[in-house]
Design a protein around this ligand. Structure first.
Ligand code: AGP
Length: 609
């Protein structure tokens, strides 16, 4: 949930760290701080609020020059966003920043007879490290001793004023990645912090300690043994992490979706045109033994999983459950060696999803990750991964993450159908060909953006909206409602259209906007029922916004606003139907004056349970 940046090298560490924090602000923006070692003492500045407040503090009271510094941008877990609760936390010659939750912080604090300066769980780590180094330990040995006592998930990055050219970090179930430059190293929660300096990165494993100086890096496990790491090359550049003229990262990312989907489809065909998923290192015979599939995910990724269920069950004829990752392991799920668990996660660091796959693997299941972040924890702890290639998604609200997750789920479903002989090559080819047309259809939808913006202007005084859909239109409705909730802070609910008469229709009052996603005309019975739902809510005064195929004249009859969808297969329709709903939420939040990229209380990657 927080952003961490550390730097060791010849650059001005103050600037590198603050600039890095700004690139990570989407991870948490309740407060920010930076610390460095100068003349055997720690100097630090930290402020509640956005990073601009920190920059003002540093401008008012400049920090001394240094080649080593650490910084933090916070999403509050323990203690409100105040200056005192901001990181770094300092105890004597030690400064430390923390991402995660130290669950036994109470018991650890009881070891000290000091007045803690903050309400946080993190501060105790500074005191623990201080005690160790003052007893004569090096910073790395101090870190090793401290992490042995910690319970919970954590990334700790520490600095010792008496060893100013060194940074030591430790991670457990919380993100951390290293950037390798020329005689310089970067330590961060996310490669976005250092992408402008280097695209050479080092993926770290669980329970590892990293020690960097400008001369080199050493990675060990918590017991001190040398640890395995993996070098990788970041496959996007700085420009991808910039707004490029858009007002919001989210709006840019909505418009990037055709390219993101096309990139995710690249290289998925073999020489004979058959579907191939190179990174799917699970043998076909194992996939043929799979008797049940369980998709685990959170938020928007969960809705992508709901769409995947319809596609996988239709194409593969294997039972497919979709579970909220936060619920999965607590419901004592039935999982065995013939269960395939699919973890869908844009960031690859969502704690709920990570804990779910750990539970699944303990039960003997094979795990496939669908992820947009190379080097992330979830793909590393899975048996196989299908990477989406959306590029960095900076906006907290997921958009291209969602549509590329859909594509990866479709590819997985088709691959399973292929290896299990449930679909012939020509059938798979036909669906792949239609998928390869989707970027064009999505571009067509983006051309309607001004119509969507006009609708947002007309509805901006509405306090509640409903979203209805059937079949894969139902998860589309859920996702449309989530976008509006998390961006415009408007009450919005998505429903299965068939559920309307079982209760939700009581919410229908005069003037309430209701978005309805209508299945393709080809799905006659399914579609007819949704057309009837539109009439039912329209008769009760709802303002109906209908998303239906261009050719569906009847769907227009009771529509106050109509957004024509291209004629695509039912299962693929979410790829186009979601675009007006994303644009609507983005524009509504903009009209209401909210921060679209950093909505209140949210953070991009929920790395605590
Ligand atoms: C999406 O708009 C939300 N920001 C949130 O629901 C997100 O999809 C969820 O936290 C899962 O994140 P992940 O895909 O990185 O695991």
């Amino acid at each position: 949930m927080c952003g961490i940046v550390g730097y060791v090298g010849a650059r001005d560490a103050r600037d590198v760290v603050v600039a890095g924090l700004k690139r990570l602000e989407y991870r948490g923006y309740d407060s920010a701080g930076v610390a460095l070692a100068a003349e055997d003492r720690i100097e630090w500045r930290k402020r509640a609020g956005k990073i601009a407040n920190l920059e003002a503090a540093v401008a008012e009271q400049p920090l001394p020059e240094a080649g080593t510094a650490i910084g933090h941008t916070r999403w509050a877990t323990h203690g409100p966003p105040t200056d005192a609760n901001s990181h770094p936390h300092v105890a004597g010659r030690i400064a430390v920043v923390h991402n995660g939750i130290i669950e036994n912080h109470g018991a650890l604090k009881a070891r000290f007879d000091v007045d803690f300066a903050s309400d946080t769980d993190s501060e105790v780590a500074a005191h623990l490290l201080r005690r160790e180094v003052e007893a004569g330990s090096t910073l790395v040995d101090a870190m090793r001793a401290v992490v042995a006592d910690l319970q919970g998930a954590f990334t700790l990055v520490a600095l010792d004023a008496e060893d100013p050219d060194r940074i030591v970090a430790a991670r457990r179930s919380s993100p951390l990645v290293v950037g390798r430059g020329e005689d310089e190293f970067f330590i961060a929660s996310d490669v976005a912090a250092f992408i402008e300096y280097t695209r050479d990165a080092i993926e770290l494993g669980e329970d590892q300690i990293v020690e960097v100086t400008s001369a080199g890096i050493e990675v060990t496990d918590f017991d001190g043994a040398p640890a395995e790491t993996r070098d990788f090359r970041i496959d996007w550049d700085l420009a991808a992490a910039e707004k490029q003229g858009y007002d919001w990262f989210m709006r840019k990312e909505i418009f990037e979706q055709p390219k993101a989907v096309a990139d995710t489809l690249l290289g998925r065909r073999g020489e004979r045109g058959e579907l191939q998923l190179d990174e799917l290192h699970i043998r076909p015979e194992e996939l043929r033994r799979v008797s049940k599939i369980i998709i685990v995910a959170c938020g928007t990724a969960f809705y992508a999983g709901l769409v995947a269920k319809y596609a996988i069950e239709h194409w593969v004829r294997v039972a497919c459950e979709v579970e909220l990752a936060s619920e999965f392991r607590y419901r004592d799920p039935i999982v065995d060696a013939n269960t395939l668990v699919v973890a869908v996660s844009q960031s690859g660091e969502t704690a709920d999803t990570l804990m779910a796959i750990r539970h699944a693997r303990e039960q003997g299941a094979r795990v496939i990750a669908i992820c947009n972040t190379n080097g992330a924890t979830i793909p590393r702890e899975s048996d196989a991964v299908i990477y989406t290639h959306a590029g960095p998604e900076i906006g907290v609200a997921s958009t291209k993450g969602f549509t590329t997750q859909l594509v990866a789920c479709y590819l997985l479903g088709l691959y399973l159908a292929q290896v299990r002989g449930m679909k012939y090559g020509d059938e798979i080819e036909a669906i792949l060909t239609e998928l390869e047309r989707m970027p064009g259809y999505m571009s067509d939808m983006l051309e309607k953006a001004d119509d969507v913006y006009g609708l947002a202007e007309r509805l901006k005084d509405r306090e509640s909206m409903l979203f209805l859909g059937r079949h894969v239109g139902y998860p589309s409705a859920l996702e449309g409602a989530l976008k509006l909730k998390e961006l415009a802070y408007i009450h919005a609910e998505g429903f299965a259209a068939g559920e309307l008469k079982h209760g939700p229709i009581a919410l229908v009052t005069d003037g309430i906007p209701i978005f309805v996603v209508v299945p393709p005309a080809g799905r006659d019975q399914l579609r007819d029922k949704v057309i009837a739902n539109i009439a039912e809510v329209h008769a009760r005064g709802a303002r109906t916004i209908v998303l239906a195929e261009e050719r569906d004249a009847e769907a227009r009859e009771n529509a106050e606003a109509f957004f024509a969808l291209p004629n695509v297969s039912t299962l693929l329709q979410p790829l186009v139907a979601i675009i007006p709903l994303q644009l609507f939420a983005c524009e509504m939040a903009t009209l209401l004056g909210y921060d679209v990229d950093q909505p209140r209380n949210l953070a991009k990657s929920v790395t605590v349970e």
